[in-house]
Design a protein around this ligand. Structure first.
Ligand SMILES: Nc1ncnc2c1ncn2[C@@H]1O[C@H](COP(=O)(O)OP(=O)(O)O)[C@@H](O)[C@H]1O
Ligand SMILES: [Mg+2]
Length: 296
């Protein structure tokens, strides 16, 4: 329970004057009526040449919470994740990951952070030449902390958790996009992270698989108390998972709040997203009730 923190605490006020000291492994403090964010972008800007992708972007994710980042294609959602992971440096602003200011961290320091904060890429980024089982075992073997006898039950359990135990012997090329994502999630969890960043987990999969992946991410949040950031343009997924939604448009956070607040938002882009989603839903319900409409 976070005491005395308003609902929209994940959105930094515009003055950004709040001062919080970040220390590694410091317990979340509520003594001063606020807690330390686990992940945060603070006044972050990033350009590629003349393409000003992010301009003074602020949001934070508290421990155990899920924040969904929404916005049009090309708006900078993946760039936000890559900045949080330290794969990209911001031109200005500060980056907090695992409760530490990682902005100026070296590769070596970032590797330590990436044991706690990991990312599931849109394409899964599995090793093509390894079976599903060996892909999930990879982070465990790489670390060298466990012998093969101990690795085996951990891998089995992870595959079971994501509903992929039956495909352990297959190669990534032999399984569907949705299953690749599930396996990528299992592999990410093998490193026992505290936070996982998901890049469009339900894009390019069928609606049933999308729902399964959404349920899986929700399960991880509830059972493992994972902190997560989910980049998506799937409004239903955001409504299901998000404690807070961050809406990006033209380089800025144009909305930040709970899904309920998002539904009431008067921002034009947010409204457009919501309306499109309702149309989608109506079309879908229509085809279920009246399958012949699919042909019309
Ligand atoms: N490494 C890069 N070099 C140049 N431009 C990039 C790079 N990464 C991203 N961009 C640009 O930044 C913008 C945002 O990209 P991205 O974050 O991938 O969008 P999305 O919101 O769809 O995830 C795009 O215009 C993209 O072309
Ligand atoms: Mg992207």
């Amino acid at each position: 329970m976070v005491l005395g923190v308003p609902d929209n605490a994940e959105c930094l006020n515009s003055s950004g004057t709040e001062t919080v000291t970040y220390q590694s492994d410091r317990p979340v403090s509520v003594a001063e009526g606020r807690s330390v964010p686990y992940l945060e972008l603070r006044h972050v800007s990033r350009s590629f040449g003349s393409n000003h992708v992010l301009e003074d972007v602020n949001f934070k994710v508290m421990s155990g919470q899920t924040v969904c980042i929404l916005g049009r294609s090309g708006v900078g959602k993946s760039v936000c994740l890559r900045i949080l992971m330290g794969f990209l440096k911001p031109d200005a602003g500060r980056v907090i990951a695992a409760g530490e200011d990682t902005t100026d961290y070296s590769e070596e320091e970032l590797r330590r952070i990436r044991q706690k904060v990991t990312m599931v890429f849109q394409n899964g980024a599995l090793f093509d030449s390894l079976t599903v089982w060996d892909n999930v075992a990879f982070p465990l073997r790489e670390r060298g902390a466990l012998d093969e006898e101990r690795i085996s039950p951990v891998v089995d359990e992870l595959l079971e958790m994501v509903g992929a135990k039956h495909i352990g012997g297959l190669l990534p090329s032999q399984i569907s996009t949705g299953m690749k994502r599930s396996v990528a999630i299992a592999r990410a969890l093998a490193a026992k992270p505290k936070a996982v960043l998901f890049d469009e987990p339900t894009t390019m999969v069928d609606p049933l698989m999308a729902r399964r992946l959404g349920a899986l991410i929700e399960k991880l949040k509830l059972q493992l108390k994972l902190t997560s950031v989910v980049v998506t343009h799937d409004m239903r997924l955001a409504e299901k998972l998000a404690d807070h939604v961050v809406f990006l448009d033209r380089g800025k956070v144009i909305f930040c709040g709970t899904p309920a607040e998002m539904n009431r938002s008067r921002e034009r882009i947010v409204q457009q997203f919501l309306q499109l989603d309702r149309l989608d839903l109506r079309a879908l319900v229509g085809t279920i009730d009246h399958p012949h409409r699919m042909l019309g």
